[in-house]
Design a protein around this ligand. Structure first.
Ligand code: FAD
Ligand code: NAD
Length: 517
């Protein structure tokens, strides 16, 4: 993120796109763009970029790009799809850049073959080639096609051409069974949505995503049961028939049905969740409780975030948020209780924030779109830790909530957890009371508050993240060979500086996890 000039906020961009101004220079005409033509537009004052086969003139957007002009220029005159997917595939560029659309890439003789097709290893699999990979073949070819894809990760050739799911019925129930052939499939890896006769079941298998998506043959009731046999990797989705009739088929397959593709190539799926409560945490931060629809089975894993989507003055705007718990549990005797229905988000409302202002204006019972979870934190990073250090700046505390709870409740090797929480003022400290209570209750946990803009009355530590502060608080005091994990989250400069200071203090890359988008 770079500071933007005044008048260059997202809202200003939305206004410009609605002004009727010709942003492509083509007076609304759409053209076919050859690679040679695309390559010519590679300057700041004349910059075209191709994303998933569509070419955009991003010249007018330069000054509005939150990541800065230089980032955008990395893709100038080229296919920026991979770069875009790496940095922020969740951004709804189709909506944001619709007025910048120049046209499609022109026909190129050789199709497909680019992308994730490996022939060297294990398993062949029939699947849809994701749109991105057939890019620039022909206009027709921009739709996914059935091809043979080889997944090097998977098990053996005997599953060649085999589908992963089956279904059966009784008078009142439809059961869809998915055989993942993976051990340890848990509830966090299974995402099911059943609404308006459409069933969508996604199973996450490491970096891959398997999807069953069909328009059901007949209506089913809203509530869905999901059973997971973890050891054998079998997932059962049980639907209740609305009418007691025999189904001839499960339904019509949707695009992407019965495919196993890289997770990052699967589009983000959103469902509408109801806002059920909104409570104050501090003067500017609120805890939003959203309720999942009855037909949804979704658990957001520790350390992962979701995207919220709202239409703001006609443009779809998407922002990431990290679910928390409704409160910090103090007692770890009982296994943690997830009701599976509610998602809690702790969100700071910025007085001039585009998205958070719109969020704050939502009324109880209003709906908001919530995506599937994303993020690269893996619980296994903390599972063997002896010492866990959490560095949080402002709402960068949010990923620490579930992490802290998981570590104290479920990591048996853990000896100490230390949270160093950086805020501007005392009034900004999130859940201070709860954190202090937890520190009193659990001797493994310690919390330190550090303020960057304290009042005169503050007797605690002050300052911003610095080498000297960190060397005092996170210096390795324990055995040299002890297993330490340091997690850091906050404003981008805070996280970047923090990671550098930690490395200077001798922490290795593997011992540091930075939460970012
Ligand atoms: P914008 O319109 O983007 O900003 C408008 C103005 O608000 C800025 O000019 C500035 O004055 C002010 N502002 C915005 N951001 C900041 C900032 N960081 N520091 C100081 N001033 C700022 N936020 C949460 O509250 N809770 C979360 O759980 C959470 N999780 C996140 C997870 C990830 C992976 C990431 C990348 C971000 C997360 N965020 C979280 C931040 C969130 O995505 C938005 O960036 C934030 O809510 C601001 O959005 P906005 O549209 O209201 O502000
Ligand atoms: P804030 O502006 O209130 O700052 C909190 C503290 O962070 C400050 O007291 C200071 O100690 C430190 N800080 C702020 N700016 C700094 C800088 N330039 N250099 C060094 N230290 C700095 O924070 P906020 O408004 O609550 O913002 C929290 C940030 O955390 C947002 O940018 C949000 O996007 C980010 N966030 C990221 C994730 C994630 O990536 N997973 C999750 C939640 C929040």
């Amino acid at each position: 993120q770079v500071p933007l000039k005044p008048g260059r906020s997202l809202m200003d961009w939305i206004r410009l796109t609605k002004s009727g101004k010709d942003l492509t220079g083509l007076k609304g005409r759409l053209i076919e763009v050859t690679e040679d033509e695309l390559a010519k537009h590679n300057k700041k004052e004349d910059c075209w970029i191709c994303i998933r086969g569509f070419v955009y003139n991003v010249t007018p957007y330069m000054e509005y790009h939150p990541g800065g002009e230089d980032e955008l220029m990395k893709a100038a005159g080229t296919d920026g799809t991979d770069l875009f997917d790496q940095v922020h595939r969740w951004v709804n560029y189709e909506s944001m850049l619709k007025e910048c659309l120049v046209g499609r890439m022109a026909v190129k003789p050789i199709a497909a073959a680019k992308g994730d097709i490996y022939f060297n290893d294990c398993l062949l699999f029939v699947g849809m080639l994701p749109e991105k990979n057939v890019l620039a073949s022909s206009t027709k070819d921009l739709t996914p096609r059935l091809i043979l894809v080889v997944f090097s990760k998977l098990l053996s050739l005997d599953v060649l051409l085999q589908k992963y799911y089956d279904w059966f019925q009784t008078d009142s129930l439809i059961t869809v069974v998915i055989y993942t052939k993976q051990k340890d499939v848990n509830a966090e890896l299974v995402i099911v949505d059943c609404q308006d006769k459409r069933l969508r079941g996604e199973i996450i298998m490491d970096d891959y995503s398997y999807l069953v998506e069909v328009d059901l043959d007949h209506a089913v009731s809203e509530d869905v049961t999901v059973n997971i046999a973890e050891k054998v990797g079998k997932v059962e989705i049980i639907l209740k028939k609305k009418d007691d009739i025999h189904w001839k088929m499960l339904g019509q397959p949707c695009e992407g049905h019965n495919t196993l593709i890289k997770r990052t190539d699967r589009g983000l799926f959103y469902r509408k969740c109801k806002l059920v409560s909104k409570t104050e945490v501090t003067h500017d931060t609120k805890l939003f409780c959203l309720m999942l629809p009855k037909g949804t089975h979704l658990r957001v894993p520790t350390g992962q975030h979701v995207y919220l989507k709202q239409i703001i003055t006609g443009t779809e705007v998407v922002k990431p948020y990290t679910p928390v718990l409704p409160f910090l549990p103090l007692d770890f005797q009982e296994p943690p209780h997830h009701d599976g229905v509610h998602i809690y988000l702790m969100i700071k409302i910025y007085s001039c924030g585009l998205f958070t202002q719109a969020l704050d204006h939502l009324q109880i019972e209003d709906y908001i779109s919530v995506s599937n979870p994303e993020g690269n934190f893996k619980k296994s990073q903390v599972q063997t830790s002896e010492d866990l250090i959490l560095l949080a700046g402002g709402t960068g505390f949010t990923p620490m909530v579930k992490l802290l709870n998981f570590a104290l409740a479920e990591v048996s090797s853990l000896r100490t957890v230390k949270l160093i929480f950086f805020n501007k003022t005392e009034d900004d400290i999130l859940w201070r009371n709860q954190l202090e209570q937890l520190a009193l209750k659990d001797e493994r946990f310690e919390v330190q508050f550090i303020l960057s803009q304290p009042t005169k009355d503050w007797v605690g530590r002050q300052g911003k993240i610095s080498s000297s502060l960190l060397s005092e608080f996170v210096k390795r005091r324990s055995r040299k060979d002890s297993k330490v994990l340091v997690c850091i989250c906050g404003p981008t400069p805070f996280t970047e500086q923090g990671v550098q200071y930690l490395k200077d203090l001798g922490y290795s890359q593997e011992e540091i996890h930075a939460f970012t988008a």
